[in-house]
Design a protein around this ligand. Structure first.
Ligand code: NAG
Ligand code: NAG
Ligand code: NAG
Ligand code: NAG
Ligand code: NAG
Ligand code: NAG
Ligand code: NAG
Length: 881
């Protein structure tokens, strides 16, 4: 029934209520009478204080004739519900027990008025109105209205829809209503339902308990079936709002089960269930809906589903038949916490048919029960009844032998809630009567009086009630009037012999942190699947590490694709929402599931290129040493003496330094190697080139000296000046280096621009100008020597080195001219390699060009290493040194 219809009927009936006692005010009469007396099934007991009760005794009621051609008949109920009757009897028992208890409510006798609602709002509503207005047909105005009101509190109703309407009206009269089965969260609204309490948790808790189960087994993809009433619609709303945030799951579909058996609609719904990829079906619906649904499920043979049952049908015996087990076996359900009422069975066994009751006005439940159990008749039996073998009640019937659902009190759940509800009212009343005059809670510190009890006073005490049942369960109400939230989790076990056992496999309750806490004994759970394992129910399989989830457009959140992380990003957990970037200096692994340190690249001593260059450099150094050795050994021979041996030695030493400085370019760059490598390179080369320059100048000076009038030039450019020139030229380079290092020193640098996954260790030059000046200065000296040597190349000299110098300088310049573009274009370590190569090539060039021929003469052609041979080559004078 839609909310709107409910509200309409609430409105209508509250008007009716105001008119109920409308007096047919006439001048002649001073009495009022009920406008209409409802025909209801009821059960009554007198007492000082009366508690009302609303129970489901019948499943159906006849539709009234609404043609209004005659006064509409009051509805008849049929389809007797024995377990509903047991709930009513449980209330009667609880009141009986309280009356016998000398600690609780001494001196006060409780009575009751229990009515049948026939599972219909219109009947439940009539019953509720009858409870609050009383059933006296006539009220004489002269009587002063003393004594307690008709009822001080009502236990009920059964369904949420009924309770919403009834509670709205009872709220107006401030009559407390304590429900034992109405779970709708909407009833927790204190503004709308100020007098409502319940001994069952609300649906928010039930839904969250179900979500906890889904979460436990990783079922993120489930279908939802709901009843078409307040209960189902409110429940679906909670699922829709909580499923994602609380459970991280999604609903594959939400279907509303039709009222009544609508085959086409049911077929469509079962079709949806069968075609969906969701293996888990949550059925948040009343048992009658589930029974209808199951008919269609069996017809279409839809197996392989995992059912999740709401409180309504977890314990319904009709569904636990062998025929249904292929479909429903393994169902997990939410159930009210079980309790025990030890003496209830004895009480039930004492029920006797009441033959003397007048059944024309009220049908009495007990008699209904007997009528159903023994078919005994209270009204005069129809003609021929006894002759036809019909049994007649004797009033002595006993029900011990009846093995019925009615007497099975091993699994009291709703009944136990009824019991708790009655006790809650009794404890509240007891508290109220124990009030000490003058210290009461009401205005002017007054107390309530037994003679003048008001239902609203009960509400005050109900809010505070806190007691423990004989079975040990604590009962109190929170600020919304809800019970302490706790539910059992049940599992339908399909036994080998085909029978069903509903066993408790866990519970869910509220933890200290106000979150739902699920305790499950998973080993005990029966799974109705071949694997005997929980099924999988997901829309998309989870994304492995290394990928991230990408929502599919237009589909629920649980349906996604897995997209691999891009380079440099990782996800190290399954179902990552996004990939995270690796920290600096780290890079993603091949699987993109963790970060690995980036590879570092530099010209190392351990790689072939580095080894080659090192070897070459050491070889160069070695050759320099060998040449030096040869020169020292043959220092007195003319060719050594003729060639300005001091400068030659210095040149060899500087060449050695050139070879060695190339080693500074190999290996991991460190601050000191970075700074030293260019300085050492610059200074060694300037030393080397300036030696050559001085040598050339010496050649020119010797030539000048050999000309007439040029004797002084040799004196002018003597040994001291030569040394001084070398020193000055080198010092200039040293000064350049010093300025460079001090102002903008080269530093090691981790370059990540060349490659994503590699760090290139390199030395940044710090100041490009510094580097250019350093190179430029070397180049300048080299070009100068080259030019001078070129001028002197044809001079007739004893052993003219000028050609060799020209040649070596040309090699030198060629190497360094080629170096610059190669250096600029080489990435990372190859820039270093190019520089090392240039250093080695130019050094070898000089070494081979300058010293090769001399060594050749010294070692291979000693006959040419004579003064005469050298002199013979030209007419020039002997070299001065
Ligand atoms: C119950 O009634 C008896 C007699 O009327 C009285 O003595 C006793 O105090 C009463 N007990 C309570 C708790 O009111
Ligand atoms: C429903 O129950 C939950 C858990 O017991 C509670 O936190 C919540 O406040 C209740 N909601 C209403 C509206 O009563
Ligand atoms: C139902 O389906 C199952 C397999 O899906 C099959 O084994 C079984 O025989 C079917 N039952 C009926 C009654 O068709
Ligand atoms: C039953 O009720 C009818 C109508 O109110 C009355 O006439 C009759 O006497 C009653 N019978 C008994 C046994 O109370
Ligand atoms: C409270 O007591 C005062 C004085 O005794 C009286 O005037 C007032 O009406 C009382 N209020 C109620 C609500 O009884
Ligand atoms: C009820 O009483 C018990 C102790 O008897 C206490 O632990 C509990 O907190 C009380 N509950 C409420 C809601 O006051
Ligand atoms: C995933 O990475 C984060 C940080 O990057 C780390 O804290 C966490 O422990 C990692 N998790 C796993 C399962 O490796």
């Amino acid at each position: 029934m839609s909310q709107r219809r409910v509200m309409r009927s609430v409105l209508d009936t509250s008007l009716l209520l105001q008119m109920l006692f409308s007096c047919f005010s006439s001048l002649y009469s001073s009495s009022c009478e009920l406008q209409e007396r409802f025909h209801l099934n009821g059960m009554h007991k007198t007492g000082d204080v009366i508690l009302g009760g609303l129970f489901k005794l019948h499943f159906f009621a006849a539709e009234p004739d609404l043609s209004f051609t005659s006064e509409p008949q009051q509805p008849d109920c049929f389809g007797f519900d024995a377990t509903g009757f047991r709930k009513a009897q449980t209330m009667a028992f609880a009141i009986d027990e309280i009356n016998r208890n000398s600690d609780l409510l001494p001196n006060v006798t409780l009575g009751y008025s229990l009515y049948d609602n026939c599972l219909q709002l219109r009947i439940g509503f009539r019953a509720a109105l009858s409870l609050v207005s009383g059933q006296e047909e006539q009220v004489t105005l002269e009587e002063n209205c003393v004594g307690p009101p008709p009822v001080l509190g009502v236990v009920g109703d059964y369904t949420s829809t009924n309770t919403i309407s009834i509670s709205t009206v009872l709220g107006l009269y401030k009559v407390p209503l304590v429900s034992y089965f109405a779970t709708c969260t909407c009833l927790g609204d204190r503004q709308k339902f100020p007098s409502f309490f319940r001994t069952i948790p609300n649906d928010t808790f039930q839904v969250r308990a179900m979500i906890q189960i889904l979460k436990r087994f990783g079922w993120t993809w489930a279908g939802l079936l709901i009843s078409n009433d307040d209960y189902g619609i409110h429940g679906a709303r909670i699922f829709h709002s909580d499923m994602g945030p609380v459970g991280g799951g999604c609903l594959a579909y939400t279907e509303i089960l039709p009222w009544g058996d609508d085959p086409a609609e049911l077929r469509r719904i079962v079709d949806v269930m069968r075609k969906s990829t969701a293996r888990v079906v949550i059925v948040f619906a009343h048992e009658s809906h589930v029974i209808q649904l199951l008919g269609e499920v069996v017809r279409q043979n839809v197996t392989g589903l995992q059912w999740i049952a709401s409180v309504d049908w977890t314990s319904v015996a009709v569904l636990q038949t062998p025929d249904l087990m292929p479909y429903l076996g393994g169902t997990l359900g939410i159930a009210i916490r079980r309790g025990e009422i030890p003496e209830l069975r004895d009480f039930l066994l004492q029920i006797r048919p009441d033959l003397h009751h007048n059944t024309t006005q009220e049908k009495y439940m007990v008699n209904q029960f007997w009528e159903n159990t023994f078919r005994c008749r209270f009204e005069p039996p129809p003609a021929g009844w006894a002759e036809a073998g019909g049994e007649l009640c004797t009033g002595q019937e006993a029900i011990e032998d009846v093995e019925s659902e009615f007497l099975d009190i091993s699994d009291l759940r709703i009944d136990y809630n009824v019991y708790k509800s009655v006790y809650a009212l009794a404890y509240a009343l007891d508290d109220m009567l124990q009030c000490e005059p003058g210290r009461g809670p009401f205005s002017n510190n007054t107390c309530a009086h037994l003679q003048k009890l008001e239902p609203w006073q009960m509400i005050y005490y109900l809010e505070k009630v806190n007691f423990t049942t004989t079975f040990g369960h604590q009962v109190s109400f929170d600020e919304n009037g809800d019970a302490i939230p706790v539910y059992d989790i049940m599992n339908w076990v399909w036994l080998p012999d085909g029978r069903t056992k509903v066993q408790r496999v866990g519970e869910v309750q509220r933890s200290a942190f106000k979150a739902e806490e699920l305790t499950l004994d998973e080993d005990k759970i029966f799974w109705n699947f071949e694997s005997k394992q929980p099924p999988r129910s997901v829309c998309s399989e989870s994304c492995p590490p290394g990928t991230r989830m990408a929502r599919k457009r237009g589909e629920p959140e649980c349906c996604f694709d897995c997209v691999p992380c891009s380079e440099g990003k990782i996800s190290n957990m399954t179902d990552s929402m996004e990939c995270t970037s690796c920290p600096e200096d780290f890079w993603s692994s091949l699987q993109r599931d963790h970060c690995v340190p980036k590879q570092t690249e530099y010209l190392s001593y351990y790689e072939p290129l580095g080894i080659c260059l090192t070897f070459t450099s050491l070889l160069g150094t070695f050759i320099c040493i060998v040449v030096l050795g040869i020169f020292i050994h043959h220092h007195s021979t003319p060719i050594v003496r003729a060639n300005n041996s001091e400068l030659s030695f210095l040149l060899l030493v500087s060449l050695k330094l050139c070879f060695l400085c190339s080693l500074l370019f190999i290996g991991r760059p460190r601050p000191w190697t970075c700074q030293l490598r260019h300085a050492a390179f610059g200074i060694s080369f300037v030393l080397c080139v300036s030696c050559i320059l001085v040598k050339t100048m010496v050649v020119l000076a010797v030539f000048r000296a050999s000309k007439p009038g040029g004797e002084s030039s040799l004196k002018w450019f003597g040994a001291v000046q030569q040394r001084g020139t070398v020193l000055v030229l080198t010092s200039i380079q040293a000064a350049i280096c010093t300025v460079w290092l001090v102002s903008a020193s080269p530093m090691p640098y981790k370059n990540t621009q060349y490659y994503n996954d590699k760090i290139v260790y390199e030395c940044v030059v710090g100041s490009t100008v510094g580097f250019a000046v350093l190179l430029g200065y070397i180049g300048l000296l080299a070009i100068l020597s080259c030019l001078l040597a070129f001028l002197a190349r044809n001079l007739p000299d004893s052993f003219n080195e000028a050609k060799l110098i020209t040649f070596s300088m040309l090699i030198f310049c060629a190497v360094w001219v080629a170096f610059i573009p190669a250096y600029i274009n080489s990435p990372g370590k190859y820039a270093d390699a190019v520089e090392v190569f240039a250093i080695l090539a130019s050094s070898f060039g000089i070494l081979v060009a300058l010293f090769g021929p001399k060594c050749y003469i010294i070692l291979v052609r000693p006959e040419r290493n004579t003064k005469k041979a050298i002199m013979g080559r030209g007419k020039g004078s002997e070299n001065p040194i």
